[in-house]
Design a protein around this ligand. Structure first.
Ligand code: FAD
Ligand code: DLZ
Ligand code: SF4
Length: 516
């Protein structure tokens, strides 16, 4: 259908994909594409300065590429005089200035913004259409159809359905490639001492990125994290180079050390692709297809390729399905009644716990830490210490370059904190210092001793682990995956158990006083 007036086509900062209908259906002679840098999006949590700089630079490059391809782009810079500093305000301003006969936008990735767009729809004098985000491989209705009537929503079932639906790693007879759906038993080994760490690529900062770095330095002087060095890809072409590098040099070893943690090594064999996929510079399906092709070409083993594809085709889509199915009340869930404030060391990294200091340090430096660091160090500590889920959620949403609520919230509230009561994970990801010692080399440089539970050198994760299990015995004792831990606790005897409870209270007191 052709329209006599222009259509205003809105592209948000994490929608930098030319394959979205908002772009593919644009009339280059008439329509206007609106993009806006606004303070409200840049400050609704205390975002890492690298995240802001990455998005603004990627947005400016995307706008430039659209203009070069012949589109009309109305790009509002953060410092433009008339900038109303909100996306809603910029849409209204553009409607007044351009008199389009309709506005179209791809649905936002966060509930708060979708709600406010729904309100804007009623306020606008023209038609306002919110289009589905077709970059995802499972639509809302497909996820809801899968979830409907199930008593438990387990990733593994969802993932197999997605393999069947997309044909990824599927043979002609419908059987999984390599004979198994899941090769996790071959993965997740600790890192050997002589592990070679592959080099990573860094991108030259052009004039656009330099200008954005200056802007962020000036406008966000108290922002979280270190702005430089800045290595991010900011265009699709650069993101594709990062993908090539991953497929050629890193994917072959992806599974083996997926859960390992090594001092001074933030990246190991992880892909670093989440930031680009989530902002739209890479498409999840193409990333999975590249990994599958590497297996077909004999360049990467099945355990690595299957493990990697499961993260994107399985976890990423599943997490998004959970978010939209259970929002907005998902945000209020606090099944374990956790309410302690977030300790300052989450922002400063100043703690004697070497593992936490290391992970927060990576976070400050790179706006990145890998999954096991997020889940089993900062997440695990927050779970054991009973930190307020909303405070923890806001921290994760702020500090990582790949963080948007649709993906961050279920990972934090559901996977890490068990605050959704087990909707997402059947068992809490609670672990003592022993796990961190097994999967990392952090403990050798720590003032605490991972093998000690009480006394001056006691690793805080130990007493807090037992205290956590004890506090929530009613909830977890019946869990078929947990009887062993409770029988170990019971065998300790009343005096030992009391000493551990006292030690846990001392750790929590030290935490509150910033002495931990
Ligand atoms: P890789 O280890 O190389 O994994 C490959 C890809 O799989 C990732 O790029 C990502 O797209 C996908 N993936 C892997 N695990 C998950 C998962 N659990 N959920 C969704 N996608 C997944 N991921 C985000 O993208 N944004 C977030 O804000 C975010 N917050 C998290 C918060 C917590 C508490 C936890 C435990 C996990 C969080 N994750 C989040 C998931 C995961 O940690 C990151 O996707 C991953 O660390 C990104 O690094 P990578 O690209 O090197 O991943
Ligand atoms: C995260 C972010 C930031 C920091 N700034 C902007 C911005 O200035 N303009 C914009 O369109 N989008 C920005 N974003 C991304 C949005 O917050 C994102 O679209 C929503 O969180 C929904 O996922
Ligand atoms: Fe972390 Fe405990 Fe190991 Fe120290 S001893 S690094 S606090 S697990």
């Amino acid at each position: 259908m052709t329209h006599p007036f222009p259509t205003l086509r809105v592209v948000l900062g994490d929608q930098l994909s030319t394959r979205l209908a908002v772009i593919t259906e644009a009339d280059r002679d008439k329509d206007v594409i609106l993009m806006a840098e606004v303070m409200r999006e840049a400050t609704y949590v205390r975002h890492h300065v690298k995240k802001i700089a990455f998005l603004f630079s990627a947005m400016r490059h995307f706008a430039q590429a659209l203009r070069e391809a012949g589109f009309n782009v109305r790009y509002v810079r953060l410092d433009d005089d008339d900038n109303s500093q909100s996306l809603e305000g910029e849409i209204l301003r553009a409607v007044k200035a351009l008199s389009p006969d309709r506005v179209v936008v791809t649905e936002p990735g966060e509930w708060r913004l979708r709600e406010s767009f729904e309100a804007l729809r009623l306020a606008l004098p023209v038609l306002f259409e919110i289009l589905p985000d077709t970059r995802f491989l499972c639509s809302h209705s497909e996820f809801n159809a899968w979830a409907e009537g199930r008593t438990t929503l387990r990733l593994e079932h969802f993932y197999r359905d997605m393999r069947r639906r997309t044909g990824l790693l599927l043979e002609l007879d419908g059987k999984p490639s390599g004979g198994q759906w899941n090769f996790d038993k071959d993965n997740r080994k600790p890192a050997p001492a002589d592990l070679t760490i592959p080099p990573r690529i860094s991108f030259r900062k052009d004039a656009i990125t330099q200008e954005v770095l200056d802007l962020v330095r000036t406008r966000f002087p108290d922002g979280f994290g270190r702005l430089e060095p800045f290595h991010f890809a900011v265009t699709r072409r650069q993101a594709l180079r990062e993908l090539d590098h991953f497929i050629d040099y890193i994917l072959p070893h992806f599974g083996d050390h997926q859960d390992a943690m090594v001092e001074g090594e933030p990246y190991l064999y992880h892909s670093l692709l989440s930031t680009y996929i989530n902002a739209g510079l890479l498409y999840p399906l193409e990333v999975c297809q590249r990994a599958e092709a590497a297996w077909h070409d004999g360049k990467a083993p099945i355990n690595a390729v299957e493990g990697f594809i499961r993260q994107i085709l399985g976890w990423r889509e599943y997490i998004r399905g959970i978010y939209w199915r259970f929002m907005p009340d998902y945000l209020d869930r606090n099944a374990l009644n956790a309410n302690r404030p977030l300790p300052w060391f989450y922002w400063s990294g100043e703690t004697r716990m070497a593992c936490v200091a290391e992970v927060v340090g990576h976070t400050i430096d790179h706006a990145y830490s890998h999954h096991i660091q997020r889940l089993m160090v900062t997440g695990n500590f927050a779970l054991l210490a009973g930190l307020d889920p909303v405070a923890v959620h806001e921290w994760y949403l702020a500090v990582y370059a790949d963080a948007y609520e649709w993906v961050e919230l279920p990972n934090t509230l559901g996977m890490a904190l068990h605050a959704d009561g087990g909707l997402l994970a059947s068992k809490p990801y609670a672990a003592s210092g022993n796990y961190i010692n097994r999967m990392s080399n952090y403990c050798s440089g720590c003032v605490y001793d991972s093998k000690v539970t009480t006394g001056d050198r006691a690793c805080p994760f130990n007493a807090l682990y037992w205290d956590f299990l004890d506090r929530h015995r009613d909830r977890f004792a019946g869990n078929p995956r947990m009887p062993y831990v409770y029988s170990t606790w019971d065998r300790m005897g009343p005096e030992r158990r009391a000493a551990i409870r006292t030690q846990a209270a001392l750790h929590l007191e030290a935490m509150a006083q910033n002495r931990l």
